[in-house]
Write a protein that binds this ligand. Sequence first.
Ligand SMILES: *[C@@H]1O[C@H](CO)[C@@H](O)[C@H](O)[C@H]1NC(C)=O
Ligand SMILES: *[C@@H]1O[C@H](CO)[C@@H](O)[C@H](O)[C@H]1NC(C)=O
Ligand SMILES: *[C@@H]1O[C@H](CO)[C@@H](O)[C@H](O)[C@H]1NC(C)=O
Ligand SMILES: *[C@@H]1O[C@H](CO)[C@@H](O)[C@H](O)[C@H]1NC(C)=O
Ligand SMILES: *[C@@H]1O[C@H](CO)[C@@H](O)[C@H](O)[C@H]1NC(C)=O
Length: 404
Amino acid sequence: MLAAALLGFAGTTVASNLFAASYSGLVTSLSLTASNDTYHLDSTFESGECGPDPSWLTIDSNRGLLFCLNEGIEYPNGSLSSFTINSDGSLNHVQNTTTIWGPVSAQIYGSATGRRGIALAHYLGSAVTTWLLDGGGRFHLNQEIPYTLDEPGPNAERQDAPHEHEAILDPTGQYILVPDLAADLVRVLAIDPETLKLTPKTPLQVPAGYGPRHGVFYSPYSVACESCTTFFYLVTELASTVEGYQVHYLPDNGGLEFESIYSSNTRGPFDTDRVNAPAEIQISPDNRFLVISNRNDSSFSLPNTASGNDTRIPSDSLSTFELSQTGELKFVQLWPAGGGFPRHFSLNLAGDLLAVGLQSDGIVRVLARDVATGLIGEPIASLDGLGGVSAVVWNDGPGRVSGH
Ligand SMILES: *[C@@H]1O[C@H](CO)[C@@H](O)[C@H](O)[C@H]1NC(C)=O
Ligand SMILES: *[C@@H]1O[C@H](CO)[C@@H](O)[C@H](O)[C@H]1NC(C)=O
Ligand SMILES: *[C@@H]1O[C@H](CO)[C@@H](O)[C@H](O)[C@H]1NC(C)=O
Ligand SMILES: *[C@@H]1O[C@H](CO)[C@@H](O)[C@H](O)[C@H]1NC(C)=O
Ligand SMILES: *[C@@H]1O[C@H](CO)[C@@H](O)[C@H](O)[C@H]1NC(C)=O
């Protein structure tokens, strides 16, 4: 098996750890083991200390820290928790602090050797907050930035109040971008390198009613600088599109300009009549492919191996596009995610395994992935009974840590 060969698993038992967050109230440590090309995904540790509604995990592998957001769906507050990661994958709780309502995404930023912060996007509480970090997982509030909306967007139900959905660091480490699903904006916030406070700059406007959710930067030559070629890809949840922009840096930390260069359905040629709500977008570790998860498209039906009879289960999908130096995307594959509502997924550092959290089925699946072609393959291991999975991350590398 390809994944086994690449990871050097063949014949021996090797474990790698993942963490999953779930609206069941748990953060679960998962162990993926391989023995003679047979894989097992097992729960090795559970913590309820993040709070009742864990919505997001940010891993800081370099410092052995895990940050968990509790969305706090029941008004009025959410919370931010930190843990130290032990070598067996278990967690020790460090700090828990009440926040503005509804945090759903966190991004570490600042200097790798100096002062570091974490920025939170608050979906329900219509705000961005920033916190200063020490090296051991403790943090304190730096800044709160509340937003208001003059009038609801075209989708009155979903676009009733500002909904900050993600915090994304640009490749130069100078800006945090925050898609606002209700305002149809991607907010651009300049980072003050001394205080790590954020200052608003001109946002990126998307067409009314599109509902921007998550985004990712792409540096085609793997070089990040103000004059280097930089692209930004944005998933719009309400219009089911992926939007591509060339990014231009204004002088003196003055903001970003976005030139629209690409737009398509997230399912490429496989458009659907169903309401497809794409969720997560990631670039493969080799910087060659873009992967997007599609929720509620029910594109596939799979044999139900658990039932032992021939019932089939509906599956939502994962889309893969090939990246190019011009920023144009080339559709490569639509593939079953292995169940319903793949809200979040993560590629391992080698790029040969993709872990996907299937929120409506309470399952985490690990799918094989061919690094050379970018094609996602069959599930090699799964674990069910996890509740509404909101996030799944690998503990195998620099991951989402800021390198600046
Ligand atoms: C793996 O295969 C080797 C060689 O065939 C065998 O000796 C060993 O018992 C197997 N291990 C497991 C866990 O099945
Ligand atoms: C952290 O805060 C949340 C929300 O108040 C609470 O549910 C959870 O129990 C707290 N965790 C700890 C370890 O105190
Ligand atoms: C908790 O929510 C209330 C109501 O929105 C807000 O006034 C308060 O500042 C929040 N607490 C924290 C610590 O953010
Ligand atoms: C899922 O799709 C169905 C059929 O298009 C639609 O009625 C429903 O509102 C969608 N649900 C979500 C949560 O998007
Ligand atoms: C197949 O198994 C599922 C799950 O156990 C069960 O709900 C369903 O009734 C079974 N279908 C048939 C045709 O036996």
